[in-house]
Design a binder for this molecule. Structure first.
Ligand code: ZN
Length: 506
């Protein structure tokens, strides 16, 4: 029997149209840029989509894995034309040089924006189809926050969205995508996609799958998956910081019967619309959040999550409103981090461990969200910033912060890091000798993903509404390209079965 040759590739970015930080090649090289066999070293044994692809293909007879190109950067501003074009060229060249391919497993995000492209994933898939032809099956994995477009479905019905937030099933969806692709290749299964795009763009703050509206949606999706002839369901919340015509929530049903898929997608879209108001949360400001934290008795650390500056939502990780307040209060047993500040790390390096130094902390990328905070700091420890995630989110994946410094300011501990990175894994602190579980208050640059690893060691979690590009309040952004009307910015009536007749009304 002829061996099936399956290509593996990864091109990942979540782009914030309103962030001042453009995403260049450097950001992809810092996070992950691997060609050919390097992919095995980087992703084997990791709980990532590519880790899932590799594990399935390894265990199946008569399949040859063809590692192509993997490229990922931490969410940030839009990707430059130069960086995207370079990566796309390398991706397409790796495909052309790979010889005959019988299938392609492609891990994407679904909310990348490039300076000159609103929908680069669709653009890339079109180019890939041009090389592979229309018959070679392609399966992708996508983030729950993908702004999926109809055109993506035209290139392949096989897209597998994450069903968890924090995204702890990236590996699982990698397995699902690989298994579906092999069924098509080996058993001749035909899949049909039914896609429903909704006129809504919910904020992601209350999109966790442990509770709330997204918990309900995923439970309903799983019930639909149990029905006959339905193969897989993805619920996409969308990414509301991408100012693009395909922004917004959607439902994708992959079915073995097109009519069945259409009915299921419409039913789920109606349910999604019916729970939309539950995605809206009112959050305390920094002072209110601190007052709440100080009034709570808890024998575990209380988290103040600075969600508007969460790097995984494209925050710069260096806004200062929360930092300024906690420095002023000089709270004991308090840890703040990770604050993106390579200049201050360099100053710490020059002074050396054990010495005192005057620093201007943070506020350098977006001073409009708060000026730098001047402090007298003692340098406790320095590191190269390299650690491995303890998981479950991105477990075993290597993280390189490009340097880190543990400083003490008054009674507080602060972790400085050399590139923006959410505090999603306690190893970020532990690798330099800081133990978050022993603190009374943790001020984290994080939103929801940190819960996967931190929930076992912390008590109360308070989200604070400080200024920042990842603000929960979408009305603070001036959109130009999103479809209008769209909820929650516009008050609209919507019925799924009428949508194609353009009956959305104000
Ligand atoms: Zn996401």
């Amino acid at each position: 029997m002829r061996k099936h040759r399956i290509g593996i590739a990864f091109f990942y970015h979540e782009s914030h149209s309103f962030s001042p930080m453009k995403t260049e090649m450097e950001q992809f090289r810092n996070e992950g840029y691997f060609i050919g066999d390097e992919i095995y070293d980087a992703y084997s044994g990791t709980k990532t989509e590519v880790g899932g692809f590799l594990d399935v293909l390894r265990q199946v007879e008569n399949v040859e894995t063809v590692p192509l190109l993997c490229s990922a950067a931490v969410p940030s501003g839009v990707v430059t034309t130069e960086a995207y074009s370079f990566i796309e060229k390398q991706m397409l060249e790796s495909l052309m040089n790979a010889g005959r391919l019988d299938g392609l497993l492609l891990a994407l995000h679904g909310a990348m924006v490039v300076e000159h492209l609103f929908d680069p994933e669709e653009h890339l898939l079109g180019k890939i189809r041009g090389i592979l032809g229309s018959d070679v099956p392609i399966a992708t994995t996508l983030d729950m926050h993908a702004n999926l477009s109809e055109k993506m479905i035209e290139y392949t019905p096989l897209h597998f969205g994450f069903k968890t937030y924090p995204h702890v099933d990236m590996y699982e969806q990698g397995l699902q995508a690989a298994k579906a692709l092999l069924k098509q290749l080996k058993n001749g299964v035909t899949y049909y996609a039914a896609f429903e795009k909704l006129p809504m763009m919910p904020p992601s703050i209350n999109m966790r799958t442990a509770e709330g509206p997204m918990y309900k949606m995923i439970e309903w999706a799983k019930q639909v998956e149990d029905e006959e002839e339905v193969y897989n369901v993805s619920i996409f919340g969308g990414f509301p910081y991408s100012d693009i015509p395909m922004a917004g929530a959607s439902v994708l049903v992959v079915a073995l019967n097109p009519q069945k898929g259409k009915e299921a997608a419409q039913k789920l879209a109606s349910l999604f619309w019916s729970v939309r108001e539950e995605f809206i949360m009112d959050l305390p400001n920094v002072k209110q959040g601190l007052d709440m934290a100080l009034s709570i008795e808890d024998n575990k650390p209380i988290v103040l999550a600075d969600i508007s500056d969460n790097p995984l939502s494209c925050g710069s990780g260096d806004t200062t409103e929360l930092l300024r307040e906690v420095v002023n209060l000089n709270l004991a047993e308090t840890l703040f981090g990770g604050l993106y500040d390579p200049e201050s790390i360099e100053a710490c390096r020059k002074s050396g461990v054990g010495n005192k130094v005057t620093l201007l902390l943070g506020g350098k990328v977006s001073p409009e969200f708060g000026e730098p905070v001047q402090v007298e700091a003692t340098i406790i420890a320095l590191s190269d910033g390299v650690f491995y995630n303890s998981g479950p989110f991105n477990q075993n994946l290597k993280v390189d912060l490009k340097g880190a410094a543990h400083i003490r300011v008054g009674k507080m501990d602060i972790l400085l890091i050399g590139r923006p990175m959410s505090a999603n894994d306690p190893e970020m602190f532990r690798h330099i000798g800081l133990e978050p579980s022993t603190k009374r208050i943790l001020c984290l640059k994080a939103k929801n993903h940190f819960r996967a690893a931190f929930e076992t060691i912390v008590g109360h979690i308070i989200y604070v509404d400080a200024p920042g590009v990842a603000s929960n309040r979408l009305t603070t952004f001036t959109y130009h390209h999103i479809p209008r009307p769209i909820w929650p910015l516009d008050d609209i009536q919507y019925k799924v079965e009428l949508r194609r007749k353009e009956t959305w009304k104000h």
